[in-house]
Ligand binder design. Sequence first.
Ligand SMILES: [Zn+2]
Length: 376
Amino acid sequence: MVNPNKVTERLFQSPSKYIQGPYAIHNAAKYLSKLGNSPLLICDEIVWNIAGQSLVTALESAQFKVHRAVFGGEASQEEIGRLSVLGKDKHSDFVIALGGGKTIDTAKSVADGLALQVAVIPTTASTDAPCSALSVLYRPSGEFHCYTFFDKNPTIVLVDTTVVSRAPPRFLAAGMGDAIATNVEARRCTNSTNFGGGLQTEVSSAICQKCEEILFKYGKQAYEANKAHAVTPALEAVVEANTLLSGLGFESGGLAAAHAIHNGMTAIEELHTLLHGEKVAFGTICQLVLDGVPTSELDRYIEFMLSVDLPVNFEQLGIPNVKDEKLREVAELACAEGETIWNLDRVINVDFVFGAIKAADAAGRDYIRRTGWKKD
Ligand SMILES: [Zn+2]
């Protein structure tokens, strides 16, 4: 519900330090030494080979005692419990999250449970998870479970853009799908409380707008640079938009329909292979439809999404024959009590959301037909 407690304070929260640049991992010890010297490093096998070893080498040469914990793959209560026991047994004095969104959300929960600080080192710019004081938890089966909230944001977020540039471009595009939702959602949440429990500050809305501006300006160029594994000013700008601006923007701005519809979409099993931001991109089109924006504006977003291969209709999502009853289920979940859709400053019900999902698919198809767009 929109501000049920009639909160009047404005609130903005963020990590203490954000560092981004090529080969930044090599300088990790300089920043992490403020947190302790015996970290629990949470990362999966793939990430270990990509960045884990070089991070540990950098830390061990600075006398850190690193204990490595292998992340199992799902940000679930079960996995958090298992890793917390490890951290306790090893007497870890802080936690490092190295990897993608699910690793990060799990590590933030582990650190919170153990009352330790957490340093987040994302290896892709695929979500806005790194900077926030909340985690999205899933059931072991992959369905959305809940949001959990922490007292503080990660102490340090360190992004090595050389590592990010080597990740498949699909991850950067998904991060853009997540980040393009930020301003669309936050600008309709001006009367509701954000994730910190306060109203938007001027700087939160400025951040959301800047995030969107960068994506429209550099999104396509950064996507192409990523295909060439090149760190360029455009790539740096988009990595910052996806990670810092989207993260600060959604947390202190607020989420609305795009993320609520994403959460509902996790009930469709065929979509489990898609990345968070790919579903959020489609959810953003749904919200723009709900918002009643002019066709010219809707086109601008669809054009942007297509330019970085984000899905704009059911076919591109991989569910060309999805049934109405399934979409109604998505709409019902998106309208569940406590969902962020209730932050929207307009009347919402399941019928409207169901209609918006159908119309978003139709708008995506119409754009492609009208413009003759073809995947290059
Ligand atoms: Zn998101």
